[in-house]
Design a protein around this ligand. Structure first.
Ligand code: CA
Length: 234
């Protein structure tokens, strides 16, 4: 059977063996590295399908690894980061990481992030293509990319054009966290001001229209200090 190879670069033995056990039990083929330098050479010798990367390594900064990989590869990268390091997470995503996990994390969360990152790489579209076609469904929410409408339980949620574009963008990358800066650039162009306030106001309006409980959203969750994530579709 074909197994996806996952390179794990993590210096903490406990976390490393936990990840290895979860991956093995779920039909992945883990390759383990305790240092950044070894990990970098394993990247070329093992050609993994995904890189799980701890940002705090003893011999080098995980950010350096992301930048160096992105010079030659679209390999999906999921970073492992400590709690309260929002700035590191944003920097990692902006440098080209696909997603992040906050330590400590559960097995289900780890597997979900890996599945999403691998799938998105295999079906990658140019990032300028906000307008997709077809439909995206998650729970009782449907984004109809042809009609430019969002439906909740079959009813038009009556989003404004601006609100629709935000939801459409999140739906295109469902399962992945999008940073505020990434969203602003995609929605309003590279020269747009990095003002999260506009995004926040729009999100409050969107949630009133598509969430049963806007304070406890089911479809678009806030990743504190980082950005937003649309829950994965079926
Ligand atoms: Ca570490």
């Amino acid at each position: 059977m074909f197994k996806d190879k996952i390179l794990v670069i993590e210096d903490e033995a406990g976390i490393r063996s936990l990840i290895a056990a979860v991956l093995t039990a779920n039909d992945y083929d883990p390759i383990l590295s305790v240092s950044g330098a070894d990990g970098m050479s394993m990247l070329t010798s093992h050609c993994p399908d995904l890189l799980l990367l701890d940002l705090g390594l003893p011999d080098m900064d995980g950010m350096e690894i992301i930048r160096s990989v992105r010079e030659w590869s679209t390999l999906p990268i999921v970073v492992l980061s400590a709690r309260n390091h929002e700035r590191d997470k944003v920097a990692a995503l902006d440098a080209g990481a696909d997603d992040y996990l906050t330590k400590p994390f559960g097995a289900a969360e780890l597997l979900a992030r890996i599945r999403t990152a691998i799938r998105h790489t295999r079906t990658q579209l140019p990032s300028s293509m906000i307008a997709s076609s077809g439909k995206f469904c998650t729970g009782e929410l449907v984004i109809d990319y042809d009609k430019h409408c969002v439906f909740l339980r079959g009813e038009n949620a009556r989003l404004t054009q601006g609100e629709y574009r935000i939801v459409a963008l999140l739906g295109k990358y469902a399962g992945r966290v999008l940073t505020y800066d990434f969203m602003i650039r995609e929605l309003w162009g590279p020269k747009a001001k990095s003002d999260n306030q506009i995004l926040r106001v729009n999100m409050a309006n969107i949630r009133r229209k598509i969430e049963d409980n806007p304070a406890d959203p089911r479809y678009i969750v806030t990743e504190m200090g980082v950005g937003y994530r649309m829950i994965e579709g079926e």
